[in-house]
Design a protein around this ligand. Structure first.
Ligand code: VTB
Length: 341
């Protein structure tokens, strides 16, 4: 039997060896932020997730570098871009190098108001496998695997909707398009309405919307609009695992932003990205844990002696999609025992 190729060997190191750790990291952040649900303090919810995530990373045997995080070093004390995370290796041992993208709490307002679909998100890959995107806006169109190569970011909305409907073998009037409810999307919304498609406006969270559009049965066929670029890279990591389609472009509309993207090594601010361009890794782990109850994931449920979390964990090269339902016991179960239902 021939020896496995180096690529395969290291793929298994990140996807197989670290998957459980990343699930744990996301679960810890979801539990911490879920404790703040409905308190009306989005910043405190975010901080709870950030601190728990940062702390949980300390036990992971990797040489991790944050490529997408809470911001630049001077604006974020923890999980800033470039921060090294992971356990300290014993002398003579080298842990695998991993690029990490995080959105410790996607939908901070959703959590602060107890609204559906706030999640903790983490993606990891071999170094260079996730685009180092600036914290600016990104124009996005996202759809499922059936729409391979059918999306054109420069074409009229009507054209893209027709193309999506054609790929899905249905009519435009049957499509459901998710759009972030923002004043900047007024024109987009009216174009979708004129084209005849149905719309679901969402208050926040175009990342979970993107995942929903890439799977069957979630009742969403596409996501259109402008959201965060970091969320765009995380969505792309999920779409790589799900073979979903995405076209995207950074919104670079100020000289400061132009200078920033140049410093980050992005030469063409108008470049059109696909999911593969945004998350080019060959080893990708994508993990999302529910914080508030959602369409895709349950929120965290506390029950005195413990809690229960719900996590989506996907890997690219091994093509696995897991739903992990974990009961966490904070102490020895009391006389009522562990609650499983
Ligand atoms: C989106 C959405 C996020 O930010 O990226 C959005 O997915 C874009 O920013 O959940 P604006 O709020 O400025 O429109 C979030 O809503 C929050 O990060």
């Amino acid at each position: 039997m021939s020896a496995p190729k180096q690529q395969t060997k290291s793929a298994s190191r990140i996807e197989r060896d670290l998957l459980g750790d990343f699930i744990h990291v996301a679960e810890e952040a979801s539990i911490a932020s879920a404790r703040t649900m409905g308190q009306g303090n989005a910043e405190a919810s975010d901080q709870a997730a950030v601190q728990a995530m940062r702390h949980a990373f300390e036990a992971v045997e990797m040489a991790g570098t944050i490529v997408i995080g809470e911001g630049e070093r001077d604006e974020a004390p923890m999980l800033y871009i470039g921060e090294q995370v992971g356990a300290t290796p014993p002398p003579g041992v080298e842990f695998p190098r991993v690029s990490i993208a995080v959105d410790p709490l996607e939908g901070t307002n959703l959590c602060a108001t107890g609204t559906a679909n706030s999640i903790v998100v983490l993606a990891a890959s071999e170094p260079g496998g996730l685009l180092h995107a600036p914290d600016c806006y990104m124009q996005k169109i996202i759809a499922g695997p059936a729409c391979r190569d059918a999306l054109d970011i420069d074409a009229p909305v009507k054209y893209n909707l027709k193309a999506i409907a054609h790929c899905l073998d249905r009519q435009v009037k049957d499509l459901v398009v998710m759009v972030l409810d923002r004043p900047r999307h007024q024109e987009l919304i009216s174009q979708i309405r004129t084209a005849g498609a149905r719309i679901r406006l969402i208050p926040d969270g175009d990342l979970s919307a993107g995942i929903a559009a890439a799977v069957r049965g979630a009742g969403v066929d596409a996501v259109f609009g402008t959201g965060g670029a970091p969320e765009g890279v995380l969505t792309a990591a999920a779409l790589r695992c799900l073979s979903g389609e995405m076209v995207a472009r950074l919104v670079v509309n100020t000289p400061e932003l132009e200078a920033r993207i140049e410093r980050m090594g992005i030469r063409d601010g108008k470049r059109i990205y696909t999911a593969r361009d945004l998350a080019p890794g060959e080893q990708i782990v994508f993990v999302a844990s529910g914080v508030t109850e959602g369409a895709l994931l349950h929120g965290v449920r506390f029950f005195g002696d413990g809690c229960r979390t719900h996590t989506l964990a996907m890997t690219y090269s091994s093509r696995e999609v897991r739903f992990v339902d974990t009961v966490h016991m904070f102490k020895e179960p009391g006389r009522l025992g562990v609650r499983l239902y």
